[in-house]
Write a protein that binds this ligand. Structure first.
Ligand SMILES: [Zn+2]
Length: 157
């Protein structure tokens, strides 16, 4: 008698707990993509992020070089130097100086081409005598240029 009652109780407990214990496979399979994302992609992404942060924090500082004070003027097809407008240059030395420079290494006064009309004047003259364009060449932070030739090959004027 008692064992029967216990049996009943036990089976009812089993049935009751079965609702919790037995997985609902259909629902679980439906959740599989989400679980996959959480369980597989998530850790991978976070590991990658961690690795990236470590790399960003620990990577050796790349040696950044300042652009040289002067750079040689590019030559056109005929071998004549091509000077960019708005940048001081020395026509005798055929080198282009950083903005803000007024004299070449040999003490020669630098000239620049007007960005608007192309008229070449001394750097020390503040505004163009032809078109009146006035701009200041500030000796600000030195620009960083790639050490090698610019990507793309042929020099652009
Ligand atoms: Zn001008």
């Amino acid at each position: 008698m008692i064992s029967q009652t216990l049996d009943k109780i036990w089976s009812s407990i089993l049935q009751f707990s079965a609702t919790f214990v037995t997985p609902d496979w259909g629902a679980l399979i439906g959740l599989l993509p989400i679980l996959l994302v959480i369980g597989v992609v998530g850790p991978i992404v976070s590991l990658l992020a961690l690795a990236w942060f470590r790399y960003a924090a620990w990577r050796p500082r790349r040696a950044t070089k300042f652009a040289p004070e002067v750079r040689a003027a590019a030559l056109d097809a005929d071998g004549n130097p091509v000077y960019p407008v708005g940048e001081p240059y020395s026509p005798r030395e055929r080198v282009i100086y950083q903005p803000g420079a007024t004299r070449s290494a040999s003490g020669e006064e630098l000239v620049l081409g007007c960005p608007k009309c192309g008229l070449v004047r001394a750097v020390t003259i503040p505004s163009c005598g032809n078109c009146g364009l006035s701009f200041t060449l500030k000796p600000t932070t030195r620009s960083l240029r790639p050490a090698g030739p610019p990507p793309g090959g042929a020099a652009t004027a």
